[in-house]
Design a protein around this ligand. Structure first.
Ligand SMILES: Nc1nc2c(ncn2[C@@H]2O[C@H](COP(=O)(O)OP(=O)(O)OP(=O)(O)O)[C@@H](O)[C@H]2O)c(=O)[nH]1
Ligand SMILES: [Mg+2]
Ligand SMILES: [Zn+2]
Length: 310
């Protein structure tokens, strides 16, 4: 008699313990087989939220995760303690919502662009959500953010979780998809989810009045089923996202507005820095590509590869 192969999705991981959703729709606890720890990338967590895994039922009735099913994509951040190791935030997502704020805390263009490059390199479609649009005195910054990203083709939604503004637009996007919410601590990821699925009662907290930064209220990524179909993954706010194994000469491919121009550069291996007849630089001069995007391109291009995982 052959043993039944059980498959499940990781819903939550807190160190050694995992919450899984089985194919039968049951939520159960499982641990990880020790041997699995060497699997795949050099990461602090071999299995992440969103991963599909195989598990077995032991004699004592406990569940053990035995295999990781190859991922279609993943989002990583640099591990805090071990400089060269990375931490997988979520895996197998259909799309990302990058939550950004004009203030409290301010989200920089550099941070947004790093995320977008990582998402492009993993083929994760991203919508930019500008939250906290109710904050007074932020109109200019909001317009700047919105224009920059709409101009280059990213969908942008303006929301206020506080005033429940446009949260229905987000709801429409989520139906039947696995969506990860990303962004700094304190931008309102958990607050937005609470507006979309009020029964979840996710914990949220005020940002620090002194530092104007979030307090890392959400500490583990967790996936929640949506009543309209689909799943949403709430994640802990982080300082930066990882771009792994990226070839500098391919970097422009992950800036879609630059990728469009590449065929018109005089040199096929143009880096868009000092070369003559560079179509990317021409587009920047003509205002077709935002300066802030080119600045991010240069920053990532010139970065020490060892430090580029953040
Ligand atoms: N003014 C304003 N405040 C908001 C809005 N959305 C969230 N907040 C507040 O921002 C603070 C942080 O919100 P959270 O939802 O905890 O932020 P988070 O992104 O989940 O933060 P972490 O879990 O730390 O990553 C809370 O005090 C919220 O009430 C908004 O649209 N407008
Ligand atoms: Mg949170
Ligand atoms: Zn060029």
């Amino acid at each position: 008699m052959s043993e039944k192969i059980n498959i499940a999705i990781i819903i939550k991981s807190t160190g050694k313990n995992y919450r899984i959703l089985t194919e039968d729709g049951e939520y159960l606890d499982a641990t990880l087989k020790g041997k699995m720890r060497t699997h795949g990338l050099r990461t602090t967590n071999p299995v992440a939220v969103g991963d599909k895994v195989k598990y077995s039922i032991q004699e004592d009735g406990k569940l053990m995760i035995t295999d990781l099913i190859p991922r279609k994509n993943h989002i990583i951040r640099k591990s805090i303690n071990l400089s060269k190791e990375t931490h997988i935030v979520a895996a197998n997502v259909d799309q990302a919502l990058l939550i950004v704020t004009p203030d409290k805390p301010p989200t920089s263009f550099g941070f947004i662009d790093r995320f977008l490059v990582a998402a492009e390199s993993y083929n994760i479609p991203t919508t930019i959500v500008i939250n906290k649009i109710d904050l007074p005195g932020t109109e200019e910054r909001i317009a700047d953010l919105m224009m920059t990203y709409e101009m280059i083709g990213y969908p942008v939604i303006l929301t206020s979780a506080l005033k429940d503004k446009n949260t229905d637009k987000i709801k429409d996007l989520l139906k039947d998809k696995v969506t990860v919410l990303a962004g700094h601590s304190g931008v309102g990821k958990s607050s937005l989810i609470n507006k979309i699925e009020p029964d979840l009662f996710l914990k949220t907290s005020e940002i620090s009045a002194y530092h104007q930064k979030g307090k890392h209220t959400t500490t583990f990524a967790e996936m929640f089923p949506l009543s309209m179909g689909g799943f949403i993954i709430d994640t802990p706010g982080i300082k930066g996202y990882g771009i792994i194994g990226l070839d500098k000469n391919e970097l422009a491919l992950y800036f879609p507005e630059m990728a469009d121009k590449l065929p018109e550069c005089k040199f096929y291996n143009c880096t868009h820095i000092n070369e003559p007849k560079c179509a990317v630089k021409k587009a920047i001069e003509e205002g077709e590509i935002p300066e802030s995007r080119y600045k991010s391109y240069l920053n990532i291009f010139n970065e020490d590869q060892d430090k580029s995982y953040r």
